[in-house]
Design a protein around this ligand. Structure first.
Ligand code: ATP
Length: 300
């Protein structure tokens, strides 16, 4: 009882003390000290099937920008779903900021991670509502700022009712690139310290691609980013690429290091065409590369 009284007295005192310093005009959001992500000996199998991940270890330091690449079925989507805790691991653990996500409140975990899926869900509401729902209570200024940063403003200006234009069922009135920009605006508005992005595989027109890229880089600044990367322009700029195949990390390093290593990624890179790391092109490439890795002794 006494301690409660003391605490409340201290609290009141704080309230009554006139502030001697003022907030900066453009304050930075308070972030956890560490927004690193760590997969630790993760074991996982889909619905009683064979294990996909067997003791998967992956470290993403706070603020790092990691690209997840690899052929279809490698486990990229599963990894993102485990991090969002849409499913639980069968063994090992996933840590965010040093805390086991299984021990966090779901809402707290969601506040730490902004997720941009390949096919962002669109509601038959206005463009504004489609952005705003990412953070209930956001002010008009905040919504418009996010829209501007994600280059939504440009295309909205040519819509009949601007931000009040209804986007149609599942956003049919918007192009793929425009939907992605709305999704990035949502993530900007969320302002979470960790960004998890499943990059769209479908070709965007080059103007959209450029704008989405720019918005994406803007969004990644000062955040930890894990991007399932399909586009070469994204991959090249990442700090580190992780090549995932059949639930295992085949190799990792920067784009330059992996090219020099002349391994699976380098083969993928040289095989791909049209600016995308196509899953179609990957199986033979990675399969052959994996065979090479297995059959040749490591030469360093
Ligand atoms: N819900 C599910 N139930 C059973 N097996 C699944 C399920 N989801 C994925 N898998 C299997 O898990 C493995 C990894 O799939 P995942 O979607 O994570 O790979 P991916 O690298 O994201 O592939 P893509 O590039 O095609 O999206 C695949 O063998 C897939 O068939």
């Amino acid at each position: 009882m006494e301690s409660t009284l003391t605490e409340s007295a201290q609290f009141t005192e704080l309230l009554l003390t006139p502030p001697t310093v003022v907030d900066p005009p453009d304050p930075q959001p308070l972030r956890p000290v560490d927004a690193g992500v760590r997969f630790e000996r993760v074991l996982f199998a889909h619905g009683g099937g064979p294990p996909l991940f067997e003791r998967l270890d992956l470290e993403i330091p706070s603020g790092a920008k990691i690209g997840l690449v690899g052929r279809s079925g490698g486990g990229k989507t599963t990894l993102t779903r485990l991090l969002l805790r849409l499913m639980d691991v069968d063994g090992g653990r996933i840590l965010v900021g040093g805390q086991d996500i299984a021990r966090l409140r779901q809402s707290d975990l969601r506040n730490l991670i902004a997720y941009v899926p390949q096919e962002p869900a669109m509601f038959h509401r206005s463009v504004r509502d489609n952005i705003a729902f990412a953070r209930p209570g956001a002010t008009e200024t905040e919504i418009l700022r996010a829209a501007r940063a994600a280059h939504v403003t440009e295309f909205v200006e040519s819509l009949p009712a601007g931000f009040d234009t209804l986007v149609g069922e599942r956003g049919v009135k918007l192009s793929g690139g425009q939907r992605q920009r709305v999704a990035l605006a949502r993530a900007i508005l969320r302002d979470a310290p960790i960004l998890l992005l499943d990059e769209a595989t479908s070709a965007l027109d080059s103007e959209s691609e450029l704008l989405v890229q720019e918005a994406l880089w803007h969004l990644m600044r000062d955040r930890t980013a894990l991007v399932v990367a399909h586009r070469l322009s994204t991959v090249v700029r990442m700090d580190r690429l992780v090549v995932l195949d059949r639930g295992s990390v085949l190799e990792e390093g920067s784009h330059r290091e992996l090219l020099q290593a002349k391994g699976p990624y380098a083969r993928l890179w040289h095989h791909q065409s049209g600016g995308f790391l196509t899953d179609e092109a990957a199986p033979d490439t990675l399969g052959a590369a994996q065979h090479d890795l297995k059959s040749q002794p490591a030469t360093g």
